[in-house]
Design a protein around this ligand. Structure first.
Ligand code: ZN
Length: 241
């Protein structure tokens, strides 16, 4: 928490978003202005810098984000995505959803340099994912195969837990130029796609994790940092797909 963050929150509270809804279209217009104002302010405040990441407990992480439907023009959208990219890389993280910097809109950025050992890469099927921005992403499982691994979230630093997830997903999203994409992701890339898309639905990985696996990052590194968490599942007694 810092002064910038408090100022941001104060600014949010001052917007005419709250209550006094008269018509559905009025609500829609206010929501649209809210997203636009929020993006404009963030881009202005953090030009060439990074945006503050909001933590668990902030309601923005728990509401379904609005679809992106042109609330900002192409130039501002590109600047916002660059801000998200800088913020993700500085964290560092392999994905960032717009609500994580306080904006309830369905935009996420993903990128995984996969700087892990060959052994870990092979065990987790974790291979480099080139940077891309996903607008209005969605996914559905591809087949029934599931795998469980420890994952973490920039909005809940210091903790990690095992989430059993579909091994492969079919994803749809639009890129910033408006092109629709249908892609199949597998392994760790599918995990990142699911984690970030879940954020846009108001879902955080703690909703899906095996509760008995939850660990501080420190204890995880000391005790359970195996390529596949079989030993942790047995010792801590949680289900591992
Ligand atoms: Zn996250």
């Amino acid at each position: 928490m810092n002064i910038t963050r408090r100022a941001l929150l104060a600014g949010t509270a001052a917007l005419p978003l709250v209550a006094s809804a008269q018509t559905a279209s009025g609500v829609g217009r206010r929501t649209m202005n809210h997203v636009k104002d929020h993006i404009t302010r963030l881009v202005d405040q953090h030009r060439d810098g990074v945006a503050p990441i909001v933590s668990l407990g902030d309601p923005v992480l728990r509401q379904p984000a609005d679809p992106f439907d042109g609330q900002v023009d192409d130039k501002l959208l590109a600047e916002f995505i660059e801000l998200m990219q800088r913020t993700m890389r500085a964290a560092p993280g392999v994905g960032l959803a717009a609500p994580q910097i306080g904006v309830p809109v369905r935009i996420a950025v993903l990128e995984d340099p996969a700087t892990v050992s060959d052994e870990v890469a092979e065990a987790r099927h974790r291979y480099p994912l080139e940077f891309f921005a996903a607008i209005n992403p969605d996914y559905r499982p591809n087949g029934h195969k599931r795998r469980g691994f420890y994952e973490g979230c920039l909005s809940m630093p210091g903790y990690t837990g095992v989430v059993n997830r579909p091994y492969s997903v079919h994803a749809t999203y639009t890129d910033p130029t408006g092109h629709p994409h249908h892609k199949t992701f597998t392994g760790w890339q599918a995990r990142i796609v699911q984690h970030e898309t879940d954020h846009l639905r108001g879902t955080v990985y703690v909703d899906k994790l095996e509760p008995r696996s939850l660990s501080t990052t420190e204890n995880y590194l000391d005790n359970w940092n195996d390529p596949i968490p079989t030993r942790a599942a047995q010792a801590l007694r949680f289900h591992l797909d």
